[in-house]
Ligand binder design. Structure first.
Ligand code: MN
Length: 324
């Protein structure tokens, strides 16, 4: 069935006159890597490069990625009756996708390529492979099944996705599929140092200071039965860093902390609290789903709206819902 779907997706891509791609709401190495590798594939087939819709400006660390110039955060890209195919990458949030599809005058076919456990199969064609370490690995399998030998650019994009979702082959998502795909991509010319730079060499001193605050606040929370830390708006804004720059903190902490479960709580710009969870034993995707979020069994998150973080007893932190 998986191979059949890979071939069907290829047929759809090859016959589409005006496809548009959508990358997940959270811009990261995997959502971008998977979609830009597919842009490269379209170009290799002498087709115009499709636009990739992203929610906001692509973070600086990814600006060297091949084809990143096709990314746009202008919703006008959907206002085109000739769009006949939409391909969504690494996105398990059907509400988000439906909200974007509403801007398209016609009803194009939708292909959903993902690896999230919580993906509700919102596409006309769904290639959701839950055991896959990254959507980039699903796209890698798409190329293999269709007999495509990818070039250096696509290989670099896919290796970025794999490296991002496995935190450079160190977290729980790392498996034989990840290592096998990575080794083949390197043989196909993936630029490893470009990937490492995009992954790690991008933290400003100010952003690392905010990480330092989060490190100072690490403690064991009995209520959640996990190691937990918190960041409030002042921590982020007083250091004049963006929330994007704080990204990667949960992955870093889960790499270096010897614990079954880790939560990072962060106040968001729009007055909520984001809960980012990692666990080696629990299925945190279920907790995320119950709270309107999503993710993987071992890495998931959700946002509590209208909430703030409050320090109690000078050490532990509580989420306080605002009273309307
Ligand atoms: Mn992913």
């Amino acid at each position: 069935m998986e191979s059949f779907i890979h071939r069907k997706i290829n047929d759809e891509l090859m016959k589409a006159q005006n496809p548009v791609f959508i990358s997940d709401e959270r811009i990261d190495g995997d959502s971008l890597g998977a979609s830009l590798a597919m842009v490269d594939y379209m170009k290799q087939n002498d087709k115009p490069r499709p636009a990739v819709y992203v929610t906001e400006k692509v973070p600086d660390q990814y600006l060297e990625m091949p084809h990143v110039d096709v990314c746009t955060y202008d919703k006008e890209v959907f206002n085109d009756p000739t769009i006949d195919l939409v391909v969504v990458f690494d996105c398990s949030d059907d509400v988000y996708v439906r909200g974007l599809l509403e801007h398209i005058p016609n009803k194009p076919r939708v292909i959903n390529i993902d690896h999230h456990n919580t993906n509700p199969h919102y596409g006309d064609i769904n290639q959701v492979i839950v055991g896959s370490p990254a959507t980039a690995e699903v796209v890698f399998r798409f190329f293999e099944t269709n007999g495509v030998v990818v070039g250096k650019d696509a290989a670099t994009c896919l290796l970025t996705g794999l490296c991002f979702d496995t935190t450079a082959f160190s977290n729980e998502a790392t498996n034989d599929l990840a290592l096998s795909a990575a080794s083949k991509l390197i043989l196909q010319g993936a630029r490893v140092q470009d990937v490492i730079s995009a992954m790690f060499k991008n933290r400003s001193i100010a952003a690392l200071r905010v990480w330092g605050t989060a490190l100072e606040r690490l403690h064991f929370n009995k209520e959640y039965d996990c190691v937990i830390t918190c960041l409030v708006r002042d921590d982020i804004e007083n250091n004049q860093v963006t929330d994007d720059e704080i990204g990667g903190l949960t992955n870093f902490l889960s790499l270096v902390t010897d614990t079954d479960a880790l939560y990072v709580l962060r106040e968001t710009v729009d007055g909520g609290v984001n809960v980012s969870m990692r666990s080696s034993l629990r299925d945190v995707s279920q907790i995320a789903k119950q709270n309107g979020g999503g993710g993987h069994k071992k890495a998931a998150g959700y946002t509590i709206s209208n909430a703030k973080l409050k320090c109690v007893d000078g050490e532990s932190w509580k989420v306080e819902k605002a009273v309307n």
